[in-house]
Design a protein around this ligand. Structure first.
Ligand SMILES: Nc1nc2c(ncn2[C@@H]2O[C@H](COP(=O)(O)OP(=O)(O)OP(=O)(O)O)[C@@H](O)[C@H]2O)c(=O)[nH]1
Length: 234
């Protein structure tokens, strides 16, 4: 325990919210559960959308990682995650070219509606190399087009494949936040601005602590609005 930093504000452990998006069957649940439990579990109910929590040590600082494993439905409301996310992981399967096209659609949506939020494009199932339909070069080119991180991975083999993805994304969030700390914070009646970026309020969310296997409700953070605009320097 010694030498570990606990949070950065009010002694609280900082939250890192990650949303996984992608076509059904690409392995969003498998990647999430592998990251949380280090185990590969074969089957999940595709209709369940959960938020999982894991405590992490990020370069000696304790953080809470919250992962929303979405289910891909035409009717689903993007607002539930767009404003909540600190980062997105957009998953496709390297064995399914349709899922790659779907990933492109998600990249377009996220880059349009959640500008400046870190994004990683992830090609999953590289253990199934013999069924590959999307080359690494195609994946990399798409990530360059959308200026985001790129990984190929598998939930079915070593934990490190999955850990690399999540740690890369967590570091990206950390980088983004440290840049924001040096920018002026504007508070207006309408909305918050941190520098040129809109701050994302915390949505009410249900945390499923897999250790305890029961949902834990978290209160939403309330914001106090002022009549006038203030400029605060951190
Ligand atoms: N071989 C292999 N199979 C995988 C991998 N990741 C997931 N799968 C399998 O692919 C199927 C779909 O995985 P899910 O994790 O359920 O996919 P999802 O994206 O969450 O999709 P839904 O749960 O249907 O919303 C399951 O049978 C998994 O066991 C992987 O990296 N390699």
């Amino acid at each position: 325990m010694s030498g570990k930093k606990f949070g950065h504000r009010n002694g609280q452990i900082p939250d890192y919210n990650i949303v996984l998006l992608g076509q059904i069957g690409v392995g969003k649940s498998a990647l999430t559960v592998k990251y949380i439990t280090r185990r590969f579990i074969m089957e999940y109910d595709p209709n369940i959308e959960d938020t999982y929590t894991k405590h992490e040590d990020l370069d000696g600082t304790e953080i809470s990682v919250h992962i929303m494993d979405t289910c891909d439905k035409e009717t689903s409301d993007q607002n539930r995650y767009l404003r909540w996310a600190d980062a997105f992981i957009i998953v496709y399967s390297i064995t399914n070219s349709g899922s790659f096209e779907k990933a492109r659609g998600y990249l377009q949506d996220v880059k349009t509606h959640a500008k400046d939020v870190p994004v990683a494009l992830v090609g999953n199932k590289i253990d199934l190399e013999r069924y590959r339909q999307i080359s690494k070069e195609e994946g990399s080119a798409l990530s360059t087009e959308f200026d985001c991180l790129f990984y190929e991975t598998t939930a079915a083999e070593e934990f490190e494949y999955v850990e690399d993805v999540f740690h890369g994304v967590l570091h990206e969030i950390q980088k983004e936040r440290s840049q924001l700390n040096f920018q002026p914070l504007f508070i207006s009646e309408e909305k918050f601005h941190v520098g040129h970026k809109g701050a994302r309020p915390k949505s009410p969310k249900v945390i499923v602590d897999k250790k305890e296997d029961k949902p834990v409700k978290k209160n939403s953070t309330s914001f106090k609005l002022f009549n006038k605009s203030f400029k605060i320097f951190n």
